[in-house]
Write a protein that binds this ligand. Structure first.
Ligand code: GTP
Ligand code: MG
Length: 307
């Protein structure tokens, strides 16, 4: 049996192989995705927040909670290869390793920027594969420190912003623009001082935040992930958001948004790669070509190369 057939039969090794394909931007990955797209009904949850906020620890606890209900879950840890997260992949792996033998759990780190569409494109492709594989839940862990990470967080149906009482955490989230895309906020490390104050501050801030789709009120939950406290409340908040999306027909719009994101990622990556052509850029600098003419020429070349 080939990988595609084994994938359909639910072989996790075939899934792992397919993920390697999309990560490396190989045509085999694109071929497989083409046939599997649009299948699956996973609840896609993004966990984002500053480095060390406890996203992996929370993911580990969510796996527990989801499995306790007999549902299946995949975790995609996106490592933007930033200096903050050095060694984090190993940490993720060690902590979550206890779930590895569980057939209803799949854990994977994405670190490649090499794929078509860059890291963001590769992440969405991986997401599509995990969805087609038939998981009930997909958790994506991203560090919400840069634009590309915020972009990745956007592709989730429900984005959970993980904050801690640590000074500056919330300010940082505001700056990164991640506060506006948070559907649920959880304050982890509630065992540390300052938690209650942060809850009050956030609630006050949220009152003045722009209205969310169909009147969604962003809940603020608290957790001590290290001890497994607050997981249930977080799961319930995520499900409440999911129900809200279903009830108001927002899920479909979200799928569309994800596809739009994918298309834009590919175009951006084509652009990014081809603009490395210095000779052409020089012609623009010297006024022999307009930026539009150069862009048109580059995209045309990229299109030819893609076929
Ligand atoms: N005090 C306290 N520490 C916690 C809690 N949850 C997690 N930690 C610790 O915080 C550290 C970082 O946790 P991670 O789960 O790796 O955080 P992360 O957000 O995934 O980190 P990166 O992936 O590196 O961005 C670890 O040492 C955890 O044990 C908590 O509720 N309270
Ligand atoms: Mg982590």
């Amino acid at each position: 049996m080939n990988v595609s057939e084994r994938f359909r039969e639910g072989d996790k090794r075939a899934l792992a192989r397919a993920l390697t394909w999309v990560e490396a931007g190989l045509p085999e990955g694109r071929e497989l995705l083409k046939r599997l797209r649009g299948q699956g009904t996973a609840k896609i949850v993004g966990l984002t927040g500053s480095p060390g906020a406890g996203k992996s620890t929370l993911a580990d606890r969510l796996i527990e909670g989801i499995r306790a209900r007999g549902e299946t879950v995949a975790v995609l840890a996106v490592d933007p290869s930033s200096p903050f997260t050095g060694g984090a992949i190993l940490g993720d792996r060690i902590r979550m390793m206890r779930h590895h033998k569980d057939d209803g759990v799949f854990i994977r780190s994405m670190a490649s920027r090499g794929a078509l569409g860059g890291l963001a494109g590769a992440t969405v492709a991986a997401l599509n594969l995990l969805e087609a594989f038939g998981f009930d839940w997909i958790l994506i862990e991203t560090v919400g420190v840069g634009q590309s990470e915020v972009d990745i967080a956007r592709v989730a149906d429900t984005t959970v912003l993980v904050l801690t009482p640590a000074a500056g955490d919330a300010v940082q989230a505001f700056k990164a623009g991640v506060m506006e895309i948070a559907d649920v906020i959880t304050i982890n490390k509630f065992d540390l001082p300052g938690g209650e104050r942060l809850v009050q501050e956030l609630k006050a801030t949220l009152e003045f935040a722009p209205p969310r789709p169909a009147g969604w009120q962003v809940p603020v939950t608290t957790a001590i992930a290290a001890k497994g406290e607050g997981t249930q409340a977080l799961l319930e908040a995520i499900e409440a958001h999911h129900c809200h999306m279903v009830a108001h027909g927002l899920l479909e719009a979200h799928r569309l948004e994800r596809a739009r994101f994918e298309v834009v990622s590919v175009i951006q990556e084509w652009g990014r790669r081809s603009v490395q052509d210095d000779a052409l850029v020089r012609q623009v600098a010297e006024g022999h070509l307009t930026p539009e003419e150069a862009a048109e020429r580059l995209l045309r070349e990229a299109l030819q190369a893609a076929h």
